[in-house]
Structures are given as C-alpha cells and as structure tokens.
Design a binder for this molecule. Structure first.
Ligand code: ARG
Length: 390
C-alpha cells in the first residue's frame, strides 16, 4: 500500500506520536501534517512547527484566525453560545480545523484523513462529522490503539520527540482565541480544588484589585470597538482577554455532559468571552421584543447544542444561524461593563435601536394615561378568578 494521509496536527503529545504510528502501524507511506492556527499561543505553534518539520513528510501551517473570528466566534456571540455554562471554545474550533485539514487533503489528492483524538471525548465526533462527509478513509490512532500516557511518552522519546508533559504538570490543555481548557490529572477528582497554577489567562479573582470599566460597541450583534476605539475581532478579543483576565473574569469549574454521555470535570478560562457574552445579552434585552427574547432563548440553546456536538453541517445549524443573523440586525449599541473580582456585569447600555422609551416608562411622565390600563387589569388573570383564591 502506498497511501498518503493528512493528519490534523496540534504539536502536542498525541498528534506527535501519531506521525510515526501512522507509518509503523498503518503502513502509510507519506504522513502530511496540518497545523491550523486558531489563536493558540505563538510558542505552541512554533514548537508544533519545529516538531512537524522533523517528524512528517510535509507540513502545512494555516493561519485561520480571521476565519475563526468571523465565521465561528461571531456567530457564537450572536447566539449567546453556551453549553451548560461552557462558552464552546474547543467545540467551535474543531470544525474549522477539520475543514482546513480536508482542504489540504483534497488539494494533494490524499487517501486518508487522521486525527489524534481519543475515544472518550467530543473532539473525535466533531472531526469526523466533517471528515466523513468526504469519501476518504478516516484514521484515529489514539482511539484504535488505546495507548497509555506513559507508553506515549516512552514512544515519543524513542522517536526523538521532546515531551512537554511532565508528571508534575499533567494537565491536558486546549487553547484558542476564545477559551482555554484544562483537563486531566488531579482535576479528574471532582472534589479537588483547582490550584492557581492551572490558570494562564486569568489572575486570581480573590486579589481584590479595584474595579475596571470597559465600553463595548456592537454592530449587528458583534463587537466592533473597545472603549470607543474601533478594532478588528482578533485584536479586540485578545485585548479584552488581557484586561478582564487581570480581574479574574471568566473562570469556569464545571461538570459537563459530553456527547457520549460521560460526565467530565472541566476547567476553563475565557475572560473576553464572558465579558462579550454578558454585554451582548444585556444589549439584546434593550433592543429585542419580549417575544423575540423568549423565542431566541430556545434558538440559542439549540444552536449551542449543535455547536457543542460539532454538527455544523446539519441543515438546522444554518436555519438557526439565519434566525440569529436576522434578529442581530438590531443589536447595535454600546454596553458599559464593570469588571470586578471575577465578575463582569453591565452598568449601562444605549442603542439607536432601543425599544425603550424613557418618557413613557418614567414615574414622572404624563405621556400615557395611567387610567388606560384599568381595562387591561380587569381581564388580566380572568379565568383564575373563578377559583376564588385570594
Ligand atoms: N470539554 C471541552 C469540549 O468538549 C473541552 C475539550 C478539550 N479538548 C481537548 N482535546 N483537550 O469542547
């Protein structure tokens, strides 16, 4: 067999071990690696590239940050993307990484697609929801071979791969512009309190530094300016991650229901996501009607579940995005957010599309006659009156 495989490569231990395994255990003649940059730390990308240059037959790096923001993070903001309280960083990045891998495989006429996910998590499902839409063979060595961490570390050393994972810091980390997840090791004990060292984007909310304020401007449901300064999405999110991270905003410690049904203990940090989602939801309350808000909560939940499962090719995903895009047309304005001791909350909002009338609602106003609502009050709760409950 002289087959060529394109592997979605992150530069971490699992995908690095996959490269020689694909030659030795699967007889692939050529292993091509694709590293997709969705905003992981520059050092990780650099180390990944260096490793891949040594290990694989051909290596590609794709800067997909713009696309990640425009086509994955922005829709997620518009849909208030959250699954059980998780802001979906890893989940929304996987389809993009899978699509980039497929693009290269198609271009090169490869025979197979590979990923380094295990058989326990969600990522295998997200990759394969995209991969299996092609007619290429799909290979998942980590899942097939059921390797232990120790075996991988030894195997990596034998193949000249320097190993970043040590016994002292056994965390499995996945990071992109939107969120950072920390799993594994002692954190698998659900009662174990996470030590400060697992966090890289956020300082302790217990530091008690004085509050900060940021103003976020939204246009059609997506953030376009920070404190009055217009900027692109990548810069805005990166800046906000730093500012809100100082205040310990956006830490999540949760039990999550994975797609397969396994419950998992998950730790995340996502300062910018927390600020932007809270601000966005606050602004929606000013501009969307009560009926829209109620209905959109269901749309948001359905959208988030599909995004979590990586089912972005389900026609329902596009249907829901269309709804969200339409309702977002009026989500314009500025939200003033306070950041303090791990919290990010709105303390002011304004919009040219507000369906709020200060004059009408005011205690001091005479615009509406209060007597007009008497008729309404006579019918309100009409049926229950027959029960004579006071
Ligand atoms: N539980 C999260 C999710 O399913 C994070 C997964 C992190 N993935 C990883 N390969 N470390 O999206």
């Amino acid at each position: 067999m002289s087959e060529v495989i394109v592997l979605a490569y992150s530069g971490g231990l699992d995908t690095s071990v996959c490269v020689p395994l694909l030659r030795e255990r699967y007889d692939f003649e050529k292993v091509i690696t694709v590293l997709t940059d969705v905003g992981q730390p520059k050092e990780d990308i650099k180390r990944g590239n260096e490793r891949a240059e040594k290990l694989s037959d051909e290596h590609y790096v794709i800067d997909a940050k713009e696309e990640f923001v425009k086509d994955y993070i922005f829709p997620s903001i518009k849909a208030n993307g959250s699954y059980e309280g998780y802001v979906l960083g890893t989940a929304i990045a996987r389809p993009l990484i899978a699509r980039k891998t497929v693009e290269i495989a198609r271009k090169l006429g490869a025979d197979a697609l590979g990923h380094g996910c295990t058989g326990r998590g969600n990522d295998q499902l997200r990759f394969e929801a995209i991969f299996r839409a092609t007619d290429l063979r799909v290979v998942a060595p980590m899942r097939d071979l059921d390797l232990s961490r120790e075996w991988e570390i030894d195997y990596a050393r034998d193949h000249g791969i320097s190993v970043p994972v040590t016994k002292e810091k056994p965390w499995s980390i996945d990071e992109n512009l939107w969120s950072r997840s920390i799993e594994g090791g002692l954190l698998e004990d659900t009662f174990y309190e996470p030590p400060e060292e697992i966090y890289a984007w956020t300082k302790s909310p217990e530091r008690g530094i004085s509050p900060a304020k940021v103003e976020i401007e939204f246009s059609e449901g997506v953030p376009v300016a920070l404190d009055g300064e217009k900027m692109g999405g990548i810069e805005l999110i990166a800046k906000l991650n730093r500012i809100a991270g100082e205040h310990g905003v956006g830490r999540t410690d949760m039990i999550e229901d994975r797609v397969l049904g396994l419950k998992a203990r998950e730790n995340y940090e996502h300062p910018a996501a927390t600020v932007l989602l809270n601000a966005h939801q606050d602004l929606e309350r000013l501009v969307l009607s009560r009926a829209e808000l109620r209905f959109k909560a269901m749309v948001d939940e359905a959208w988030s579940e599909l995004a979590y499962m990586g089912l972005v090719n389900d026609p329902l995903y596009a249907d829901l995005c269309a709804f969200v895009d339409q309702s977002s047309k009026r989500v314009n304005g500025v939200v003033k957010m306070k950041l303090h001791c791990g919290r990010a909350y709105a303390v002011g909002r304004k919009s040219p599309d507000a369906i709020y009338d200060q004059e009408m609602v005011s205690f001091d106003s005479q615009t509406l006659s209060q007597r007009d609502s008497e008729g309404f009050a006579k019918y309100h709760g009409f049926q229950a009156r027959f029960l004579k409950k006071y």
